[in-house]
Ligand binder design. Structure first.
Ligand code: ZN
Length: 137
């Protein structure tokens, strides 16, 4: 299958196969007015298969969110049909209002209007803990 190359926009490449939809939902891409293509199971030399998301607009992506759900991806910025920037995302040290604490007794569950903040406590295992009650995300 061929997808038209984009002129100005963003390509999220090397998404783990099958995870494209999750990334799409997490980044709220359904709310965009521009062309967004989610391409699944693209043959990849490195991993066998991968998903790719192409966004035909120069938008601000939340790389923190992206780093949390898909730290393996590469983000390519396209200008005038050429890749002008290629960057790897990384696991963010802190997550603010990305995920919610599941502990019903946590202050963020009991009171409204408190920021949901998690910090990375184990890089290897990708463990995040709530800064208020230390519950694992
Ligand atoms: Zn908590």
């Amino acid at each position: 299958m061929k997808i038209d190359p984009i002129k100005n926009g963003i390509v999220i490449d090397h998404i783990e196969a099958g995870k494209g939809m999750e990334v799409y939902n997490f980044l709220n891409l359904a709310e965009l007015d521009c062309t967004v293509a989610l391409i699944k199971n693209v043959p990849s030399k490195k991993t066998g298969k991968k998903d790719i998301i192409k966004i035909d607009a120069d938008i601000e992506l939340d790389l923190n969110v992206l780093g949390y759900i898909a730290p393996e991806v590469t983000v390519n910025i396209i200008k005038d049909g050429k890749t002008v920037e290629k960057s790897k995302v990384a696991l963010p040290e802190t997550l603010k209002n990305v995920i919610k604490c599941k502990n019903p007794r946590c202050i963020t569950s009991v009171e409204q209007g408190i920021e949901h903040v998690f910090t990375l406590t184990d890089k290897e295992k990708r463990v995040y803990r709530c800064i208020y009650c230390e519950s694992q995300a």
